[in-house]
Write a protein that binds this ligand. Structure first.
Ligand code: CMC
Length: 380
């Protein structure tokens, strides 16, 4: 039997599988833009609400458009009737990402028309999931702490409302802004694994809830959004800044992966890591966590010395760990925070996919045997 030359590309590296107008990455120059605007400018000047409008509409809103988009999002902060009781019945030992995946999936059953994939319906569903996902995470975290859920406050921004529902008290402006920058920097990122997952699911003309559910499942992996929790676990294992170099060198010698470093696309420092590094330093100083920031920075210096030649630099997850810790979030809420923001990107991509859909159906190269005789069961 003749075999054609293999076109198999492990991990689909370098394969262009979709077109998007949402985000652009130049991995060599270390550039990320949403609709042409640099992530640095958005982090400095924008809000999460404005950034979501930008991603979904491919332009910045004027003030009245932003006002009405913000009101629409706030109108979706509340969970459907009876939903919070479902959250309160979950095991308190559940991992928040498993919980979030399950409860986002459950939202489909509270939608009168979950399978409507028209642009208007998909946008309305995206707004619902984005608007109420923070309430799911906050209600679950309070449930496992034995606390009653806090009703959303529609006078608050997306970020302030989440921190309010989580902690039961209004956050400071500084904490709200820090959290908002995290949301902005995580909102979209080309055809990353979870976004690809969402596009693959919707390409069967399934439904937006299924696409979001699958994307959350993809995101939680330690090679993807789960890395931010891995970073924090590593930082917790390093007693002081003086131990950081030996700890990292030990990992390198054992050929272990250092979480928060490396990227399929970036061969330079991830620009989101640059933004979050500045934020992490400021927050760490303000919250008495300077030692944590210094440990992180030391690890970056060691990694730069050892791995820069291989194009391995900090990615978004490295400094987001310190940032989330300083905001007061528990370690196992770090990846759910990534999800809260990335729902914006996933749903934007799903809507793009629906607008020009073709079923994703690549091929697998068969590398097994041929012409194998069938052996009756008693002769095996
Ligand atoms: N620590 C140590 N070595 C690494 C790392 C790392 N973090 N990342 C890549 N390498 C090495 C890897 O061992 C391999 O070496 P060799 O060629 O000697 O076998 C080489 O670099 C290429 O690795 P790869 O796995 O083929 O590269 P990839 O493009 O498939 O991997 C990655 C990308 C993100 C999975 C990987 O860099 C990694 O595992 N990083 C740690 C996990 C992490 O931080 N993930 C978050 C990614 S950014 C946020 C997101 O989008 O989710």
């Amino acid at each position: 039997m003749t075999t054609a030359p293999s076109s198999f590309v492990k991990g689909l590296e370098g394969i262009v599988a979709a077109q998007t107008e949402m985000s652009h990455i130049d991995g060599t120059a270390g550039i990320l833009e949403y609709v042409g605007i640099s992530i640095g400018d958005l982090s400095k000047h924008s809000t999460f609400e404005e950034t979501v409008f930008l991603l979904w509409n491919k332009r910045l809103p004027n003030s009245s458009e932003l006002g009405s988009f913000t009101s629409d999002l706030r109108a979706n902060y509340a969970l459907p009737e009876g939903f919070v009781e479902r959250i309160s019945s979950l095991p308190t030992s559940a991992e928040p990402m498993h919980m979030l995946r399950t409860m986002v999936s459950a939202l489909a059953m509270y939608d009168d028309n979950p399978n409507d994939n028209s642009v208007e319906a998909a946008r309305a569903k995206a707004l619902k999931i984005l608007g109420c996902a923070p309430a799911i995470v906050a209600a679950f975290d309070r449930h496992r702490r034995g606390l009653a859920p806090v009703e959303p406050d529609t006078s608050l921004s997306f970020s302030a409302n989440f921190l309010y529902m989580l902690n039961g008290e209004k956050p400071t402006d500084a904490m709200t802004r820090a959290f908002d920058i995290c949301m902005i920097t995580h909102a979209d990122h080309g055809l990353n694994n979870s976004t690809f997952t969402a596009r693959v699911v919707i390409s069967t003309l399934s439904d937006l809830y299924s696409a979001m559910t699958a994307a959350i499942g993809s995101l939680r992996g330690p090679l993807h959004g789960g890395a931010n929790e891995g970073v924090m676990k590593m930082l917790n294992q390093i007693p002081t800044i003086d131990d950081a170099e030996a700890y990292v060198m030990g990992m390198i010698e054992r050929k272990e992966r250092i979480m928060g470093f490396g990227h399929r696309v970036y061969k330079a420092k991830d620009p989101r890591a640059a933004e979050l590094m500045t934020l992490a330093k400021q927050l760490a100083d303000d919250t008495g966590n300077s030692d944590l920031y210094e440990k992180s920075h030391k690890i970056e210096q060691v990694m730069e010395r050892e791995y820069a030649a291989k194009g391995i630099y900090p990615n978004v997850d490295f400094y987001s760990a310190t940032t989330y810790h300083c905001i007061g979030l528990k370690l196992d809420l770090f990846t759910p925070m990534f999800a809260l923001s990335r729902i914006a990107g996933w749903s934007g991509h799903v809507i793009e996919q629906l607008a020009d859909n073709r079923l994703f159906r690549p091929k697998a190269e068969y590398v097994g045997d041929h012409d194998v005789p069938y052996t009756p069961i008693n002769d095996r």
